[in-house]
Design a protein around this ligand. Structure first.
Ligand SMILES: Nc1nc2c(ncn2[C@@H]2O[C@H](COP(=O)(O)OP(=O)(O)OP(=O)(O)O)[C@@H](O)[C@H]2O)c(=O)[nH]1
Ligand SMILES: [Mg+2]
Length: 293
């Protein structure tokens, strides 16, 4: 099935064709522009969800999916899996955790492996999200593991960022270091059913107060389902994105640049030549700037 056929069928609601279309985009064969959804206006429909491993992002997304689906919204999830496609551990876990929602007609869940891609995000993530919106989903949620500086890249794709934290992890400072707190449009402290969550939320509020326009900090429990409807309505009322527009353009430029490089047919040969000392990095970069091969 080619991309155009897959696209035409996916628009009518055929999930297998949609999966096929996403695979074609993911593998770098098409970038979306060919099918008419290459660029989009930022309208808040793509939500990035990030946070340290195990804070409960998938469980929380599952709760959000149920809320949105009950309100008649169609939502797609792109769950970024940083593990190698060989081990596939997290992939299976995320599938299981969002299983309940994935069974709903209104919900579409897709795992995307990153295989050590620089920036920590798949190069074609933006085009994949664009395809989902184009095929009739009202929103797209991108779940990604907040492993540090690389996660800042999420602003290249997401209109808004939800940072998930957990109590007693002692890593609010870590999120600050990685710059995640600065770009979060909303913070959810999950596991409110555990001791220390409320105190942790206060700590985060305290450290955010110093930074002018502070994002809302909410207490939720994905396990018990508390605070979820409040989170949904706060998400609905968010103001303009906190990450500076310039930072977004910067990350978009970088990810397109990487996509252009990594989807070249000769990228493996280039690496071979570098390894054998046949060429150098500056030499290769120089060729790119001149625009010839
Ligand atoms: N007590 C408690 N446990 C929770 C809550 N939410 C999630 N968990 C548990 O936390 C663990 C991790 O949950 P996930 O949703 O997989 O966390 P994640 O952030 O998606 O993890 P990664 O994708 O691996 O980074 C699971 O064992 C959940 O059962 C909560 O609100 N309270
Ligand atoms: Mg997860």
């Amino acid at each position: 099935m080619d991309a155009e056929t897959a696209h035409a069928a996916a628009i009518t609601g055929d999930r297998r064709s949609l999966a096929r279309l996403l695979t074609l985009i993911e593998s770098g064969n098409i970038n979306g522009a060919e099918l008419g959804f290459g660029s989009r206006v930022e309208d808040g429909r793509i939500l990035g969800v990030t946070g340290s491993p195990g804070v409960g992002k998938s469980c929380l997304v599952d709760r959000l999916l149920h809320e949105w689906a009950a309100a008649g919204e169609r939502v797609a999830v792109l769950a970024i899996d940083p593990s190698s496609p060989v081990t596939g551990g997290a992939l299976l876990g995320d599938r299981m955790r969002m299983q309940a929602a994935d069974d709903l007609d209104e919900v579409f869940v897709r795992s995307v492996a990153t295989r050590n891609q620089p920036g920590g995000l798949p190069v074609r993530l933006g085009a994949m999200a664009g395809a989902l919106l184009d095929c009739g989903y009202d929103r797209v949620v991108v779940e990604t593991v907040g492993t540090g500086q690389a996660e800042v890249r999420i602003v290249a794709v997401a209109d808004r960022v939800l940072l998930v934290e957990g109590p007693a992890r002692g890593d609010s400072i870590q999120a600050e270091k990685a710059g995640l707190l600065e770009l979060a449009d909303i913070v959810a402290v999950n596991k409110a059913d555990l001791d220390g969550a409320a105190r942790f939320a206060e700590e985060i509020r305290g450290s955010l107060e110093l930074s002018g326009q502070a994002p809302p900090v909410m207490l939720v429990s994905a396990l018990e389902g508390t605070g979820i409807s409040e989170l949904v309505s706060t998400l609905e009322q968010l103001g303009p994105a906190r990450a500076a527009q310039r930072a977004r353009w910067r990350e978009r430029l970088l990810s397109e640049w990487e996509a252009a490089l990594l989807t070249r047919d000769d990228v493996e040969q280039l690496l071979d030549r570098l390894e054998s000392g046949d060429t150098s990095v500056p030499e290769i970069v120089d060729t790119f700037y001149r625009g010839d091969d």
